[in-house]
Design a protein. Structure first.
Length: 354
């Protein structure tokens, strides 16, 4: 009799478990179908959003957070702190929630560099099975900037017909062996926008190559996590091309913190911003006698000093460097990675070859 009751309980528990799983699957399917079929025309989703989302809802519990973007999404002086706080919040929420919704409705200004930085963080979070959704700005100017940037090469969302024809591009890859078919054409296009000549620029191409090497060699703990974004934005009316390069690695400061030479420098120069400024401007050897050249940091500054590029900005870990405005300071909201921004315009020195 006792055995019969136990068997009956086992069968009943099994039926209950099957019924729970069936209800859970039904709720998950209903949610995903509603999201997929009814999202607003302005909604921005990663291209693998539904695949990632289905994994997040396996537990039957959704932990969602809405994050509102600053009105000015720019990393220039005066706006950078709010944007870095926004990026920092996005990364932190990725450890607590499995679905983050980015609300860009009220954004009035988007800087080209922020788009690459945002893509970099979104890529990092989706790799950790965090679902990301969002909206485009309601204002025409920032929405156009976003649609023309190349952002939707990697995100699910509509692009207006008039914004499809653009020279702008964002290149993303995970290794140093980026296809030359992707990188090489961008230099002649840039020279054409600024100088009217579709020509080569070996110096600029070499600096971008050095950034890639530094990113692949130092920024990541293993080769499988290497992701960087190179953004190129053209303004043909102003003969200006803006470049941004961002990786989501550990950052320059953290990369060198464990090196003996860097430790010696830290004992002499307490401020990370001043230390990194010195590394770019003069090289460490000129101040301390310690070897530094060949590490790659001064090379980008040499192009800036020779006026081949202008408006050079570097953000990494707790440091913000703006060379045009001589602003070198430690920042409240660190960026775990490395961000470069620069531009070429008519004020620069022509450095191209036909």
């Amino acid at each position: 009799m006792k055995r019969s009751i136990e068997k009956k309980n086992v069968i009943q528990n099994r039926r209950l478990k099957i019924e729970r799983n069936r209800r859970r699957q039904k709720r998950r399917s209903k949610f995903l179908n509603r999201t997929k079929n009814n999202y607003r025309s302005s909604q921005v989703l990663p291209k693998n959003y539904y695949k990632k989302a289905s994994r997040n809802f396996e537990s039957g519990r959704v932990r969602q957070k809405v994050l509102f973007a600053p009105i000015k999404l720019s990393l220039q002086i005066g706006d950078s702190e709010k944007v870095l706080r926004f990026i920092d919040s996005l990364k932190n929420y990725g450890t607590k929630y499995n679905h983050i919704h980015l609300n860009l409705d009220d954004v009035q200004l988007i800087g080209e560099g922020v788009i690459g930085m945002l893509l970099s963080v979104i890529n990092e979070l989706t790799a950790k099975k965090v679902a990301i959704s969002g909206t485009k700005p309601k204002s025409t100017i920032p929405r156009t900037m976003l649609e023309k940037s190349g952002f939707f090469k990697y995100m699910r969302g509509s692009v207006s017909t008039e914004n499809l024809n653009t020279k702008n591009i964002i290149i993303r890859t995970g290794d140093i062996n980026t296809s030359k078919q992707e990188l090489l054409p961008e230099m002649p296009k840039a020279m054409e926008t600024v100088w009217g000549s579709r020509s080569r620029c070996p110096e600029l191409f070499g600096v971008i190559g050095e950034m890639l090497r530094n990113s692949c060699d130092h920024a990541f703990k293993n080769d499988h996590k290497i992701i960087w974004h190179l953004g190129v934005s053209h303004n043909e009316e102003e003969n200006t091309v803006k470049f941004s390069f961002v990786d989501n690695g550990i950052g320059i400061i953290k990369t060198y913190n464990n090196r003996s030479n860097w430790a010696k420098l830290k004992s002499l120069i307490k401020n990370d911003a001043i230390l990194l400024e010195s590394a770019y401007k003069r090289g460490i050897e000129s101040q301390t006698g310690l070897p530094w050249r060949g590490e790659g940091l001064p090379t980008i500054y040499e192009l800036y000093e020779d006026n081949i590029i202008t408006n050079l900005v570097v953000i990494t870990n707790n440091v913000y460097l703006d060379f045009d405005n001589s602003k070198f300071e430690e920042i409240k909201y660190p960026f775990s990675g490395t961000y470069y921004f620069w531009q070429i315009n008519k004020s620069c020195k022509p450095a191209y070859f036909v």
